[in-house]
Write a protein that binds this ligand. Structure first.
Ligand SMILES: [Fe+2]
Length: 255
C-alpha cells in the first residue's frame, strides 16, 4: 500500500487544517474547516477532489465553513461528533470506537472530551488528528470539561504507540514551551526542543506534526506523574493526580 499524503494547510493567525490523500483510492479527507480558500487552492493545485470533512469540534475556527465547503463539494461526507448540536445537522455522526472506511484503510474515531465535551480525534495509519484537544508541549483550554476529563484525554493519547504522529489545530508550540520550561525547568529535552522549534518557525515552517514519543519527553500534561513536574504543580504534595492536572491547566491559563 502506498503511504498516505498528508498536507498541512495553515489559515487565520495560527490555525491548521490537514488534507489526507490516498493516491491509490483517489480519496481525500479534510480535517477541520475554518477557512476554505487556502484548502480550495491546495485541492486545485494537487488536482484532488474532496470526499470527507472530518470535524474535531464545534468552534468556529474549526467548523465555521462546513456549509460553504459543501457548496464546492456537495458529495463530501461531513464526519462529526455524535451529539454535538452546535454543528450543521447533515452528515455522519460518530463516537468513540467507530470507524470510517477510507480506501483500504480505516479512520478510527477517538473521543477526547475536555476542551469541549464533544472533542473528537481521528486516527489513521499511525497519524492522530487531535484538533484542540492536545498541542505540542501543551493541551487545549478546559472550556467545558473538568480536570478529570483532561486527565482521561491525556491518558488516552498516551496509550497510542510512541511512533504516532500527532497533528494539532494551532501553532501554539513556542508559547507552550515557554510555559512548560517553568514547570519542568531541568528538562534538557525541552530546552533543545525549544531551540529546534524556534529555528523551524523562524524559517517559516511549522511545528506540526509532533510525535507521541517526543511529547512524552517534553509535554508537562503527559508528565504529571514525574517528580519534577509534581514538585512544581503540587509543592506541598497534598493533591491527587486529577487535581494536579487541573492545577497545571490553571497555571497555564494564568501564565
Ligand atoms: Fe477550539
Amino acid at each position: 500500500m502506498k503511504e498516505l499524503i498528508i498536507e498541512t494547510v495553515p489559515y487565520y493567525d495560527d490555525n491548521f487544517s490537514y488534507l489526507i490523500h490516498d493516491d491509490q483510492a483517489h480519496l481525500t479527507a479534510l480535517v477541520d474547516c475554518g477557512e476554505i480558500d487556502p484548502v480550495l487552492e491546495r485541492l486545485e493545485k494537487n488536482k484532488w477532489g474532496l470526499d470527507y470533512i472530518l470535524i474535531t469540534h464545534s468552534h468556529f475556527d474549526h467548523a465555521g465553513e462546513i456549509e460553504n465547503m459543501k457548496k464546492h463539494f456537495p458529495d463530501a461526507v461531513v464526519v462529526k461528533p455524535d451529539g454535538e448540536k452546535r454543528l450543521p445537522a447533515a452528515g455522519l455522526n460518530v463516537k468513540e470506537g467507530d470507524t470510517v472506511t477510507f480506501g483500504q484503510r480505516e479512520i478510527e474515531v477517538v473521543s477526547l472530551p475536555a476542551h469541549t465535551m464533544f472533542c473528537t480525534a481521528y486516527h489513521i495509519d499511525g497519524n492522530l488528528f487531535v484538533g484542540d484537544a492536545f498541542f505540542s508541549a501543551g493541551c487545549g483550554r478546559l472550556f467545558e470539561g473538568q480536570p478529570a476529563d483532561l486527565e482521561r484525554a491525556m491518558d488516552k493519547i498516551a496509550s497510542f504507540s510512541d511512533r504516532t504522529k500527532i497533528y494539532f489545530g494551532h501553532e501554539y508550540t513556542q508559547a507552550n514551551i515557554r510555559f512548560a520550561r517553568t514547570i519542568d525547568p531541568g528538562n534538557m529535552d525541552l530546552a533543545s526542543y525549544q531551540k529546534s522549534v524556534d529555528r523551524l518557525i523562524g524559517s517559516g515552517r511549522f511545528s506540526t506534526p509532533t510525535t507521541l514519543e517526543l511529547e512524552k519527553r517534553i509535554n508537562p500534561f503527559l508528565r504529571i506523574d514525574r517528580p519534577a513536574v509534581a514538585a512544581v504543580v503540587d509543592p506541598g504534595n497534598e493533591r491527587g493526580r486529577t487535581e494536579r492536572m487541573g492545577v497545571l491547566r490553571m497555571m497555564k491559563d494564568n501564565f
